[in-house]
Design a protein around this ligand. Structure first.
Ligand code: SF4
Ligand code: SF4
Ligand code: FES
Length: 343
């Protein structure tokens, strides 16, 4: 079969362009096979990364038909619309949220920088083993399997909506790694890690768009990892005695802890439940305002985010309540009546 490949070409600072290549190929060929064939037979200047050709190394991540994927893991047949009488072009571009170095090759440095922000190794104290190896139960190890399967390909980072508009957000790959460590029985920094991630640059910056779960080729499910981190943050015991000021009553002190040490987490969760209860899903226009925009400083911090959303055409001007809003409201009220969460 003859298929057209539209490939992103750029050598910055030159502007980008799309170039078409026609190839005689088959449905079972991988996209990487096709890129190799184009490079070897038609244009040796085409730049892309590859290594293992077996979905192991993560080098060949790119956007295929608008969605981040491993070129060696996707087949031509999967990328063609079976309903179309003529094969549609397959469009191949570089990963998003990262600067292009040349054609399909991006600069991964911001991705590595963000990973290093979560201190991505088991803490040194946990590795200091005086007499014998550090033992883990099989069940403890098994709990780490999903996050431990990350090959750091960058697909989730590329398609992360939060990263696109909030450069401070640490990214799904880093949060998945953070949870891998928080859940690791050998790590001695659980509390410090949870505290550091309790911010808009951490878990509360995620918009729960599900893109990372959808594109991850290894089943890491970063959004699920983020959800587990949030549960860890929200279920931390409040240490009442540690924050008791000597000249204030205990009840005042407890209130002080609740409003000062967990402000974003609690407000984020409360706002989410309130908005979902009222509209069936989240009204994005009100969400950020209610979580961080209550004081002049918080409001100011939203201005750059709002401008970036506007520039990318992602600013939600209108809100349409969900068709199932009444059912959602009933469910939330039932949970509340039973004295369980949500808030
Ligand atoms: S679910 Fe969160 S972390 Fe995952 S891609 Fe969406 S915004 Fe990013
Ligand atoms: S979480 Fe998945 S998509 Fe993200 S870097 Fe790891 S393997 Fe790639
Ligand atoms: S070449 Fe290694 S994952 Fe594709």
């Amino acid at each position: 079969m003859r298929v057209e490949f539209q490939i992103f070409r750029q050598l910055p600072p030159e502007p980008p362009r799309w170039q078409s290549f026609w190839l005689e190929t088959s449905p079972g060929a991988t996209i990487l096979d096709c890129l190799n064939q184009i490079k070897w037979e038609q244009d040796g200047s085409l730049a892309f990364r590859k290594n293992c050709r077996n979905t192991i190394c993560g080098s060949c991540a790119m956007r295929i038909n608008g969605r981040a994927a491993l070129a060696c893991g996707r087949h031509v047949g999967e990328e063609l619309d079976p309903r179309s009488p003529q094969p549609q072009p397959i469009r191949i571009g570089p990963l998003g949220n990262l600067p292009v170095l040349r054609d399909l090759v991006v600069d991964m440095q911001p991705f590595w920088n963000d990973l290093s922000r979560v201190d991505p190794f088991v803490s040194t104290a946990g590795r200091r083993i005086p007499e014998r190896e550090f033992l883990q139960l099989p069940a403890e190890r098994e709990h780490l399997n999903a996050a431990g399967g990350c090959i750091l390909c960058g697909a989730c980072y590329s398609d992360c909506n939060a990263k696109e508009v909030n450069p401070e957000f640490v990214g799904p790959h880093a949060l998945a790694r953070a949870n891998r460590l928080v859940q690791d029985s050998r790590d001695s920094q659980r509390e410090q890690r949870l505290q550091a991630l309790d911010s808009l640059a951490g878990v509360w910056g995620c918009t729960r768009c599900w893109n990372c779960n959808s594109v991850c080729p290894m089943g890491v499910a970063p959004l699920d990892q983020i959800t587990e981190l949030k549960q860890g943050i929200l279920s931390r015991p409040v240490d009442k005695t540690a924050a008791l000021p000597t000249d204030r009553s205990p009840s005042h002190a407890v209130r002080a802890i609740r409003t000062e040490s967990l402000p974003i987490a609690i407000r984020h969760r409360k706002t989410l439940v309130q908005l979902v209860r009222s509209g069936g899903w989240i009204d994005e226009r009100r969400f950020a305002l209610q979580v961080v925009g209550r004081d002049p400083k918080g409001l100011l911090s939203l201005v750059p985010l709002g401008l970036r959303l506007l520039a990318r055409g992602k600013f939600p001007f209108r809100f349409q309540p969900s068709a199932g809003a009444a059912t959602v409201r009933r469910l939330i009220d039932t949970v509340r009546q039973k004295g369980r969460d949500p808030l």
